[in-house]
Design a protein around this ligand. Sequence first.
Ligand SMILES: *Cc1c(COP(=O)(O)O)cnc(C)c1O
Length: 355
Amino acid sequence: MKKHNFNPGPSILPQYTIDETIKAIQNFANTGLSILEVSHRSKEFDAVMDETNALFRELLSIPEGYGVIFVGGGASTQFFHVPYNLLEKKAAYLNTGEWASRAIKEAKLFGEVEVVASSEDKNFTYIPKEYKIPTDADYFHITSNNTIFGTELLEDIDSPVPLVADMSSDIFSRPVDVSKYALIYGGAQKNLAPAGLTFVIVREDVLGKVSRPLPTMVDYRTHIKNNSMFNTPPCVVVYSALMTLRWLKDLGGVKAMEKLNKTKADLLYSEIDRNKLFKGTVAKEDRSRMNVCFVMAPGYEHLEEEFLNFAKGKGMVGIKGHRSVGGFRASLYNALPLESVQALVDCMKEFEAAH
Ligand SMILES: *Cc1c(COP(=O)(O)O)cnc(C)c1O
């Protein structure tokens, strides 16, 4: 039976990425060796890193003056690398969920943190709109897509201070005006590659301003200067990321991807709104295109387990909701085809007809 992969992360990747990674594991760039066993200092791997960097810049239209780096450690490591590099006195944060809360906790180790607004009062089911960004903050931190709670900031906001965004789960899902940001980071395992890779896009003029000493590996300038090869990068994962970027370029880039992502999300949200058995969990204007959260409608709560099993029987994978929301979460990342969303919608319709 065909599987429809709605996993939240690590998550579905393009078949192209998987196939090309397999080929490189068998014979990398005609070296007669596996990419698993070649030096990251080889000219063949150098070319991989260069092309990954170049395609990253091209597909996101990253302006001059920005460094793009690839490191390990996950987005969670960036929760402290960001304040380490940028927080001198005070930083402002918008608390929109679990990941934002974790970023806030780490930043507090480095200085004063002002949480300008939080949606915790309603279990993070919306994105606060009324807040003031303090002009004396060293930076303002947002989480553009809240993977667990299913809300998303679909526009690039204006900030009077350097804007920092965790884009782990929506990077490459839509065009981004990078010039509005000082720094964008994320783990690659949602929309780009297998786990093990973290990307950071940083405007170089915000670096080197804090007075604390920075360990070499923490200092972003180290990685910019060394083309992400100061130490050994996760070579295979970088290769897979490159394959996803080639696939994305072939499909027409982030503009084409945004169109497809809109279609996919609209299809599923329409069904949630139409179907008497289900209801969405977040404010409509803040609905995420990447992670769609929904629960059984009032009166039908007892059917949750039954629907999960029914959907599983139809090939749906990974739709159980996160424990802090309950119900269901369908992640519609770039590589998920429209036909998988259609299959889930059909499944919801069939289940409704049977009840
Ligand atoms: C998954 C996720 C993280 C955590 O990423 P790791 O790479 O596991 O540290 C952080 N932020 C967001 C928005 C995420 O979706």
